[in-house]
Design a protein around this ligand. Structure first.
Ligand code: 1GP
Length: 253
C-alpha cells in the first residue's frame, strides 16, 4: 500500500489508524468456526462495517488449506489481513502480515522461542511482514484454550505490577505491540484497570482481546487506553453482522 509514493507497512497502517481514529478495531476469524462461504461473507461485512484489519487464525486449525482461505479472504477486502497464528503451520503467502507472537506471560520455551525459530524462515521465504507481538495471557475466570494448549499459567488479573513489568520487558526487547489476551470466549475480559495501567506505563500500542461481548465493553477498553480491540467469538455466537458496525463505532473516536 502506498501513500504519497511511500510504501506503508501493515504495522505503519495500524499505527496510522490509531492516530486517526483513536483506536483500531480488529476482527478475528477462526477458520475452524466458520463454513468457508460464511467466513468470506464475514470478512467482507467486517470490511464494510469499518473494521481496521482482519486477524485469521485459531489454536487448533482443523480446517485444511489455510493458504487458500487467506487468499480468498484477501480478495474480498482492502483492509489488512493479518495472520494470528496458533501454530507455525499457520502461514500464508496471501497475508499482509503475521503477528509474530511470543507468549511472554508463560515460561514454556516452546512458545517463547521454539515455534518462532521454526516459523521465521518460512515467513521470510513467503515475504510476509512480521509484526512482533508480546502475547500475555491474563486470567479470566476459567481455563481457556490458549492456556490449556500452551501449558502455561496466565497472569492473575489483580497482579498489575507483574503485568506492567511483563509488558515493559516486551517493549525493551523491541517488540512492536503487546497483546493482552483473556482467551477466546473468556468469561471475563481483561480488566479495564489493567489495560489502563499498562498503556500508561509503556509506549508501544496495547491490543486487548478475549471475552469482549458488547460494544460498550469495547469502548471502555479504549477509554482505558487500549490502542486496538479484538472481537471474535461474539460474531460466531450471534451470527449477527450488524454488531460489526456497532463495535467499530464504539471503538473509533
Ligand atoms: C481471542 O482475543 C481473541 O484470541 C478474541 O477473543 O473470541 O472472545 O472475542 P473472543
Amino acid at each position: 500500500m502506498t501513500q504519497f509514493g511511500l510504501y506503508l507497512t501493515t504495522l505503519q497502517r495500524l499505527l496510522n489508524i490509531r492516530e486517526q481514529r483513536g483506536a483500531g478495531y480488529l476482527v478475528l476469524i477462526d477458520p475452524d468456526k466458520w463454513q468457508q462461504n460464511k467466513l468470506v461473507e464475514l470478512a467482507s461485512q467486517a470490511n464494510e462495517a469499518g473494521a481496521d484489519a482482519l486477524l485469521i487464525g485459531g489454536s487448533l486449525l482443523l480446517s485444511s488449506s489455510f493458504d487458500n482461505l487467506v487468499g480468498l479472504v484477501k480478495k474480498q477486502v482492502d483492509i489488512p489481513v493479518i495472520i494470528f497464528p496458533g501454530s507455525p503451520t499457520q502461514v500464508s503467502q496471501y497475508a499482509d502480515a503475521i503477528f509474530f507472537l511470543s507468549l511472554i506471560s508463560g515460561r514454556n520455551p516452546t512458545y517463547l522461542i521454539e515455534e518462532q525459530v521454526k516459523a521465521a524462515p518460512v515467513i521470510k521465504a513467503l515475504g510476509v511482514e512480521p509484526i512482533s507481538v508480546g502475547y500475555m495471557l491474563i486470567e479470566s475466570g476459567r481455563i481457556t484454550s490458549a492456556e490449556f494448549m500452551s501449558n502455561t499459567r496466565p497472569i492473575p488479573r489483580d497482579k498489575l505490577d507483574i503485568a506492567k513489568a511483563t509488558a515493559l520487558a516486551a517493549e525493551y526487547l523491541g517488540m512492536d505491540m503487546v497483546y493482552l489476551e483473556a482467551g477466546s470466549g473468556a468469561h471475563n475480559s481483561v480488566p479495564d484497570e489493567m489495560v489502563g495501567a499498562i498503556q500508561d506505563y509503556i509506549e508501544r500500542p496495547v491490543i486487548v482481546g478475549g471475552g469482549i461481548k458488547k460494544p460498550e465493553e469495547a469502548q471502555a477498553k479504549v477509554e482505558s487506553g487500549a490502542a486496538f480491540v479484538v472481537t471474535g467469538n461474539i460474531l460466531e455466537k450471534e451470527h449477527n453482522f450488524t454488531l460489526l458496525k456497532e463495535f467499530a463505532d464504539a471503538i473509533h473516536r
